[in-house]
Design a protein around this ligand. Structure first.
Ligand code: SDX
Length: 373
């Protein structure tokens, strides 16, 4: 049996459970959701179809998709109470802290909050999928002194995200690029935020608690927060000519370059080619090519000098900037997509649960007596 005393810091290489939601295949640099290659899903499906697939194990037929779209679109409004709470947020609060708090409040007011049964969890997952963009948008607009924009049930999930955040729906190729990014971000096995959600669920706690904890984990720059860090890096570099020198400076300081490397993919992240293609399309549509020029130089240097490949956050950052989103919204967009993967894993964990509780090897003071008092 396993050598119980072998410590695997960061749980590197530890297989903690079985899962049927997705398969990450580093040896072939590929990823499937419920058996379908993510590149195919991104090209030929909508985010709504992929959300349905992750939650139900099969792609929806036309009627099921129509029902799913109607259910999601009709659940987008948030209550006056939540709007009031959002207005009380400090204007300099980070949007990831804002959406973490809003999700926690949605748990307080959800009629099913105490019900951890699968049907209740599915109802709550749908409400979170539908309301998270509204809450992200209301908080971001409030931080700029702008009134919220009401969600529009006639729009698709992707179109409505632009509508509530920016007050307008961009050209179809921009909406398509955004929809592709939502599909690519939706699910990725036992990553840190998903495993956090499963750990919370393993104690019998509810979906809102699991998602609040997952958002807290996703914010970190080593995980979801990297897509914002990438755009800050590109902005700091400023122009393609400066990219190689800037990178040499980072190497000299043994500093991490955000948007590169991955715990599982060691020969490149399977999602990067698709996201890069759409980021390049955005550069064409917007007519601002310098960010992707800089990206190409950085990726080539990182590969040559460190043999490290970009991850999904690397092309996603400039793509979101070119779509018109402020940088602090990049990781909240990741939340709006990953709620689908998180909920799929919460449902799976609940269905065949075992409390998650690893061991530690003690390295503290030897046992001793209290001094006489
Ligand atoms: C996501 O898990 C998931 O699936 C996550 C995600 C998802 O879909 O849920 O894919 C989304 O979070 C992508 C990752 C986003 N994070 C970043 O871009 C942050 C920068 N990346 C690094 O922090 C790092 O690559 C990690 C955290 C992603 C992975 O870290 P590991 O597996 O613990 O790798 P490591 O730290 O052991 O690195 C091995 C070596 C080290 O060098 P040595 O200490 O052996 O000399 O490679 C170096 C590292 O210093 N290295 C980097 C680097 N990544 C690894 N050096 C510079 N820049 C980097 N980005």
């Amino acid at each position: 049996s396993e050598n119980l005393n072998e410590i695997r810091k960061g749980l590197v290489g530890v297989v903690a459970d079985v899962s049927a939601v997705s398969k990450v295949m580093p040896e072939t640099n590929s990823l499937t959701y419920r058996g379908y290659a993510v590149q195919d899903l991104a090209e030929h499906c909508s985010f709504e179809e992929v959300a349905y697939l992750l939650w139900n194990g099969e792609l929806p037929d036309a009627a099921q998709l129509a029902d799913f779209r109607k259910e999601e679109a009709s659940n987008r409004a948030i209550t006056p109470a939540l709007h009031q709470v959002i207005r009380a947020f400090p204007h300099d609060a980070h949007p990831m802290d804002a959406i973490r708090t809003a999700v926690s409040f949605l748990g307080l007011e959800d009629p099913d909050t105490a019900d951890t049964s699968e049907p209740a969890t599915r109802r709550k997952a749908m409400r979170l999928l539908a309301r998270i963009p509204t809450a992200i948008a209301a908080a971001h607009r409030a931080s700029k002194g702008q009134a919220p924009v009401d969600p529009d049930p006639s729009l698709s999930f992707a179109e409505n995200f632009f509508h509530v955040v920016l007050g307008k729906v961009p050209a179809p190729e921009v909406v398509k690029a955004f929809d592709v990014s939502l599909i690519l971000y939706a699910e990725h096995g036992f990553n840190a935020s998903t495993f956090t959600a499963r750990t919370v669920t393993s104690t019998g706690a509810d979906l809102h608690g699991a998602v609040t904890a997952a958002i807290a984990a996703l914010k970190g720059p080593l995980h979801g927060g990297a897509n914002e860090a990438v755009m800050h890096m590109l902005t700091e570099i400023g122009s393609p000519e400066k990219a190689a020198d800037w990178l040499r400076g980072r190497f000299d300081h043994k500093a991490l370059v955000m948007g590169f490397g991955h715990r599982v993919y060691k020969n490149g992240d399977s999602r990067v080619p698709t996201m890069t293609r759409y980021a390049e399309k955005m550069a064409e549509v917007v007519g601002d090519r310098r960010w992707m020029e800089m990206s190409r130089i950085l990726a080539a240097e990182m590969l040559e000098k460190k043999n490290i490949h970009p991850n999904l956050d690397f092309p996603a950052g400039p793509a979101y900037h070119l779509m018109g989103f402020d940088i602090p919204l990049f990781t909240p967009i990741f939340v709006a997509s990953r709620i689908t993967g998180w909920a799929a894993h919460v449902i799976e964990q609940s269905a065949d649960n075992r409390l998650i509780r690893p061991l530690s090897q003690y390295t503290g003071a030897a046992q001793r007596e209290l001094p006489h008092r």
